[in-house]
Design a protein around this ligand. Structure first.
Ligand SMILES: [Zn+2]
Length: 588
């Protein structure tokens, strides 16, 4: 145990149980106990610093206040600086002053002495400041500068790196310490994308240039133009990393790069499509699954979370998540699986395509050759005694029937539908040809969801929304107490978009006895919706407005993803319908 951790335990800032769970996580993600303890929120950065200070008694340093000699960077290799969290500050003849987050670490000091052949004087520094300086000094060039150097390199290098073995994790930062300007360029494009929270990078050859665009919070943004004559080599570089055939330039190719960026594990899915001016390349950036699929982080309010957790804790039934493409359905379902997975449960999925691989879950990819489709795949999964099944999407009657039948024989089934709201899923299933008794006895929960962008916290300011928009939301705004509306003015953190990150809004329809009766009697979508609202369900728009009231998003964002703007001016529920009784309507 490091002495810093021992000190934290002495001061009761960490319990033996917490240390145990941190160690378990460490073995999975290959990070230090200290880093994980901060990431898990068990220890504050400040406490780590104080503990290190008490133990080492070393002087401290604030790099912002120090004169940094950038020539010293050459003395400490990048891999070592980043791996141990150290940064060279100053050299005084035979002594090198080094900023460390844990100066009591003798092993690192010895290694440094060996590598630099200098006496080491450790000074204590905050970990995040060291990371910041490593990034700034070791990879100082912007993508534009690298591009300029690439153009000046003549002749352009021709030698390509050997293809990687399939499971090799690429440390792009290490690769870019090579002299190849193309590697540097690719590295920088990807790193900037990850740092800017982009979900996709588009590299698009056009008549004169190659346009590089990032998709951030759902919107594309152009970042750099590269002369088109560089494109073949840029494409080749990416294809080598993704183990694709560089000689083949006329076929669609798909590949994958496992990379580490700033210590974060990233999965990159590469797709190459030949278009008129060359190969268009799209890189999808997928974060590691542990951080991404956390039910507590995807936008459920406390009450909604309880309802959802209760439903996914059941041993049988059908839970459907609905919404158009790109509404966050997969994230919700993966988070649910991540939440309920345990060694006593056999969880199996059938997906098209598998978007993320989750440890401890058996995922079946629908094959393109048609020998496995949703229904045949589902049949074979059922022979393997699953407890929980995720069917990527219900598209046809056969799949729907197998899924619902399975739920009646002790399986919990998750799936998605392309419908606009929770209640319309019932209509869709009727239309597919499913019998009402089937639905009423199996359905547990219907969730409809959308993604909305979140207001940037750095540049948030009050504003008055457009009158027309306010009018459309009028009846929803009556129920909540909104003092001020907020939007982002635009700043460097949010790329001047005013938004930072996305969250989900939900409409959660609990299939209780009353709803079951309605479904059994083939009630209309409208009646099911109204009954659910009457029983406390919050509509998608209502859920969006609640997030507006909390200052998380804007009315305009909610308007974009819901049908509020198309609604009739009159409220749906008129005064005469206020005291309506669903059973009366059924009798009609
Ligand atoms: Zn901002």
């Amino acid at each position: 145990m490091s002495s810093v951790i021992a000190q934290l335990m002495r001061k009761h800032l960490m319990t033996p149980e917490q240390l145990q769970s941190i160690r378990e996580k460490c073995s999975l993600v290959k990070k230090s106990v200290q880093d994980i303890s901060v990431e898990m929120g068990i220890v504050r950065e400040e406490d780590l610093f104080d503990a290190a200070l008490q133990i080492s008694g070393s002087p401290t340093v604030d790099l912002d206040q120090s004169r940094i000699d950038s020539a010293l960077i050459k003395l400490v290799p990048f891999a070592m600086a980043r791996g141990h969290g150290i940064f060279p500050v100053q050299r005084d003849e035979d002594t090198l002053t080094v900023a460390m987050s844990d100066p009591s670490n003798v092993v690192v000091r010895d290694e440094l002495r060996f590598v630099t052949d200098l006496e080491i004087k450790p000074v204590l520094c905050r970990k995040n400041q060291i990371s910041e300086y490593i990034k700034k000094f070791y990879h100082p060039d912007t993508v534009q500068q690298i591009l300029k150097n690439t153009l000046e390199d003549s002749p352009l290098e021709q030698i390509e790196r050997e293809p990687l073995s399939s499971e090799e994790i690429v440390d792009l930062a290490l690769l870019s310490s090579d002299n190849s300007s193309f590697i540097k360029l690719v590295h920088k494009i990807i790193c900037d994308a990850v740092e800017g929270r982009a979900s996709d990078v588009h590299i698009e050859p056009q008549e004169k240039n190659v346009e590089v665009r990032y998709r951030i919070d759902g919107y594309l943004k152009s970042v750099i133009k590269i002369p088109r004559n560089l494109h073949p080599r840029l494409a080749a570089r990416i294809k080598i990393l993704a183990q694709l055939d560089i000689a083949e330039q006329r076929k669609i190719q798909e590949g994958r790069i496992k990379a580490v960026i700033d210590g974060k594990k990233i999965d990159l899915r590469i797709s190459v499509i030949p278009v008129f001016y060359g190969e268009k390349i799209v890189l999808r950036i997928l974060e590691s699954t542990e951080s991404k699929f956390d039910l507590n982080q995807i936008g459920f309010e406390r009450g909604e979370l309880e309802v959802f957790k209760k439903a996914i804790g059941k041993t049988q039934g059908v839970i459907l998540v609905t919404g158009p493409t790109g509404s966050g359905k997969t994230t919700t379902l993966y988070s649910a699986l991540q939440h309920i997975k345990c060694e006593t449960k056999n969880i199996m999925t059938i997906e098209d395509p598998i978007e993320y691989l989750i440890e401890g879950i058996n995922q079946l990819q629908l094959s393109h050759s048609k020998d496995v489709n949703f229904s045949s795949g589902l049949k074979s999964i059922l022979r393997q005694d699953p407890d929980v099944i995720l069917v990527g999407e219900i598209r046809d009657k056969e799949t729907a029937e197998i899924a619902f039948r399975a739920s009646l024989t002790g399986h919990l089934v998750f799936s998605t539908l392309h419908t606009n709201n929770a209640a319309s899923s019932v209509t869709r299933l009727f239309n597919l040809g499913l019998e009402p008794y089937f639905l009423s006895s199996s359905l547990v929960l219907l969730v409809s969801q959308r993604l909305v962008r979140m207001v940037c916290s750095k540049c948030r300011q009050a504003y008055n929304p457009d009158k027309h928009v306010l009018q459309k939301f009028k009846k929803y705004l009556q129920d909540v107490n909104i003092r001020k509306f907020y939007r982002g003015k635009g700043c460097s953190q949010c790329n001047f978009s005013g938004f930072y990150g996305r969250t989900s809004i939900f409409e959660i329809l609990k299939v209780d006895d009353q709803i079951k009766d309605l479904i059994f009697n083939r009630a209309s979508e409208r009646l099911i919706f109204k009954t659910a609202v009457h029983n406390g369900m919050r509509s998608l728009i209502g859920s969006g407005v609640a997030k507006v009231a909390a200052g998380i998003t804007t009315l305009e964002e909610v308007a974009k993803v819901t049908d509020v703007m198309e609604e009739r001016e009159q409220p749906l529920v008129g005064p005469d319908e206020e005291k309506w009784d669903p059973s009366l309507l059924l009798a009609e």
